[in-house]
Design a protein around this ligand. Structure first.
Ligand code: CS2
Length: 495
């Protein structure tokens, strides 16, 4: 794409319908460092923060950091951190240029620069969207994986770390040494009890560095829990072209999202925070029920839709939802197997929540690829499907639909689709998965137990519980013998 670039100078010439920062960006301080500056953050927390800046408190600009690739920095820094959010709903597309991000740095190019930035006295919050795998933890237990290669590396090179826990601890140590108060660590990833999980991981990492540091992290640093929700598919070249056309200037990396957005935050920020509550976030004393609701209903359905949808030949979630069998299955999964496991505060309207989920999944404007959601299944299944299955089994209840979701993951990770074509499986445990699939071959009786030996996914309890293994094996057999579409039809016709 060629032509003039989105920039502060271009703001005044944007079409009137495009919302844009109205505050003095040059006066904004960096109060937040965000690790993992991907599309989700840019369509979610950065938007709330942009509204908070517009309300007048200019202490909360965001310095973004990528822990791996330079792509976002290369796209945004030439635009002075500006980018457009395209909100696609039934009423068409609304555009907003967000000004909350001051600039982006690429951690591996200069780890010290990131640590220094996190240790700056103006910084009061370090937030994260580094995805499930970015915390180097064991998803089944929530504990730091001490033999994770990045953890081993970071313990040996504490001031040139690679991992998010490594950066957090290096910067906290720097602050403690300088007599500065610690920042609040705000995780915005889809982990169960995300603040508590990240606190345990980071405190353990710190303790391995130095027991006294571990104790300080545990007792002095706040790790509020959050429930974050907005569907943000990967930006495509067509999106880039459409946004550039609508803006009249080139935006190298806009983000595309839905109208819905939700953020529930545990209000524990000893060093202060932007007034996100005034711009739509919900502050709550106990976020965990909302987290469970979202992880189990939205993300559990999403992963089920992703594996069954992909295997049935559906490219996007909306395509999968247009398939009556899959849509019915997902509705029943939510109503009959997930809802009974939730314990919501009085007054929560779960029926309305589920109706809105179905509507969001059906949004035809969002081309959210099943392949994208299918990624990193080993990191996602525990909190999306397996915790629910455990609760159901403890209550002596059936898990047929949950089991089909798990079996669909197993079928998917064999890496061969129903037409014999390869599947591009992405997962941090791919080597292990490939070895297990290779040994077991396409036999459900062998493959299911083989994959269940991945203890960081299934734990020790599930593989030895017949009530779990039997329905998973049965579903996997049907997926191999009849395919996904017929398996879904059979299960739906059973009621
Ligand atoms: C999705 C999530 O990619 C995935 O695994 O399930 O990113 C989902 O879109 C968000 O959690 C919605 O808030």
């Amino acid at each position: 794409m060629s032509g003039p670039r989105l920039s502060p100078a271009a703001l005044s010439a944007l079409p009137a319908a495009v919302a844009k920062p109205t505050y003095d960006r040059a006066a904004v301080k960096t109060g937040i460092v965000h690790l993992g500056i991907g599309a989700f953050h840019r369509a979610h927390m950065a938007v709330y923060t942009d509204h908070a800046l517009a309300a007048g408190d200019l202490r909360w600009g965001i310095l973004g950091a990528s822990l791996r690739s330079p792509d976002t920095r290369d796209a945004l820094n030439p635009q002075d951190g500006l980018y457009a959010v395209a909100v696609k709903g039934p009423k068409g597309t609304e555009l907003r240029v967000v000004g909350a991000i001051k600039s982006v740095l690429v951690a591996p190019e200069d780890p010290e620069a990131l640590i220094r930035a996190m240790a700056h006295p103006d910084v009061r919050i370090v937030s994260l969207t580094v995805t499930e795998k970015g915390y180097c933890h064991d998803p089944a237990t929530g504990r730091l994986k001490e033999d994770h290669p990045d953890v081993v590396h970071d313990l040996a090179n504490p001031f040139a770390p690679r991992s998010a826990p490594g950066y957090l601890v290096a910067a906290l140590e720097r602050r403690f040494a300088a007599g500065l108060p610690p920042f609040t660590v705000l995780t915005c990833d889809n982990l169960p009890s995300n603040g508590r999980t990240v606190r345990n991981v980071v405190a353990r990492f710190a303790a391995l560095r130095d027991p006294a540091l571990g104790r300080r992290v545990e007792t002095e640093v706040a790790f509020p829990c959050t429930m974050v929700d907005r569907i943000v598919p990967a930006t495509t070249d067509a999106d880039r072209a459409a946004v550039t056309q609508a803006l009249g200037v080139v935006d190298a990396w806009p983000v595309v999202t839905e109208p819905f957005t939700q953020w529930v935050i545990e209000d524990r920020f000893p060093q202060g925070r932007p007034d996100w509550a005034a711009v739509g976030a919900q502050m709550a004393a106990d976020v965990e029920p909302y987290e469970a609701m979202k992880l189990r209903l939205l993300n559990g359905s999403h992963s089920t839709l992703a594996y069954l949808g992909y295997l049935s030949g559906h490219e996007t979630v909306a395509d999968a939802m247009a398939d009556d069998g899959i849509a019915t299955l997902v509705a029943r999964l939510m109503d009959e197997e997930v809802t009974p496991t939730l314990h919501m505060p009085p007054g929560t309207d779960l029926d309305a929540y589920k109706r809105s989920l179905i509507e969001r999944f059906r949004n035809p404007e969002l081309r959210h690829r099943t392949w994208q959601i299918a990624m990193d299944g080993t990191q996602k299944l525990p909190q999306r499907l397996l915790g629910t299955a455990r609760d159901r089994l403890a209550a002596g209840a059936s898990i047929d639909r949950l089991a089909l979701g798990v079996a669909a993951w197993m079928r998917y990770v064999t890496g061969i689709d129903e037409n014999g074509a390869p599947i591009d499986v992405r997962d941090p445990l791919l080597d292990r998965i490939k070895a297990l699939c290779g040994e077991a071959g396409p036999s459900p009786e062998r493959l299911a137990p083989a994959l269940m030996t991945i203890e960081q996914v299934f734990g020790r309890d599930l593989p030895s519980d017949q009530r779990f293994t039997a329905p998973v094996i049965a579903a996997l057999r049907s997926l191999f013998e009849k395919g996904a579409a017929a398996t879904v039809r059979d299960l739906v016709s059973k009621g």
